[in-house]
Ligand binder design. Sequence first.
Ligand SMILES: NC(=O)c1ccc[n+]([C@@H]2O[C@H](COP(=O)([O-])OP(=O)(O)OC[C@H]3O[C@@H](n4cnc5c(N)ncnc54)[C@H](OP(=O)(O)O)[C@@H]3O)[C@@H](O)[C@H]2O)c1
Length: 254
Amino acid sequence: MKVLLIGATGNIGCRLVPALLTHGHTVVAYVRSSNKLESLLPSATFQQISVVEGNAKDSTAVKNAIINTKCDAVVNCAGLAAMVPWSSSDLPEIFRSVLEGVKEAVTDRKKPLRVWFMAGMGVLHFPGTDSLLTNYLPIFREHRINYQLLQELPPNTVDWTMLCPSTMVPESSDFSVPTKSSYARLTGNARTPPQWQDSWIKHIPFIGRTLLAGMNAGRYTTTLEQNADFIAADLETVDSQWSCTTVGIIDGSK
Ligand SMILES: NC(=O)c1ccc[n+]([C@@H]2O[C@H](COP(=O)([O-])OP(=O)(O)OC[C@H]3O[C@@H](n4cnc5c(N)ncnc54)[C@H](OP(=O)(O)O)[C@@H]3O)[C@@H](O)[C@H]2O)c1
């Protein structure tokens, strides 16, 4: 696929460039500074991509980038959620603008676009309930606003998926192609965390589900490279199994 990668200079963005190339995709990086991206990537990797400079808060520029470069997929990793509710982040503004640009591009090109959005584990559902995990662990709550916007989309417009990792750690700072990793492929699950460990603890009044969510959270640490590979591999499929859903992931080999 030809993929517009928004936020290619970030932690996950830098790993997505080589991962997408390794999986045979064509990469158009959408960044605020081409010079910054060039300084982060090995020159052999940078030479394999094209770059559009722009701000993710400019929805028209996002739309034009998709249309002008003839991309058929978008990966958005621009912006960073605030850890706690009392600090602020411009992620919702960025997300709304990117989604607006994507919707306008879909109207223009008259066919759906495949789009991956980054989120956090909090927008997965607590297994067996209709409640999101952020109800019990109230951190990174901006992703919740973004998820709401996706749920409100009319059917058959944007073919979206929201990746919902817990903490992602780096494996290395080698962004060359092809990627090399000694880590396992991630296991995904739609809507709820895969391989959730249930316990009677959840029945403790008021705090039970919070305790159980906290106990599980550490098991979902993955690497940035594993997540980049997960998205890049999915974009090779024509009909993704992750269409229009949140996706939880785990390194099942641990
Ligand atoms: N890191 C984790 O452990 C983790 C875990 C779970 C979920 N997530 C989520 O994953 C996403 C990406 O995380 P990350 O760690 O890769 O974040 P990051 O390293 O802070 O990267 C953010 C990226 O957004 C770009 N950006 C910010 N404002 C922009 C704008 N107005 N226009 C264009 N680009 C803009 C930055 O570009 P500049 O270089 O120009 O500043 C940078 O490339 C976030 O939504 C985060 O909440 C992260």
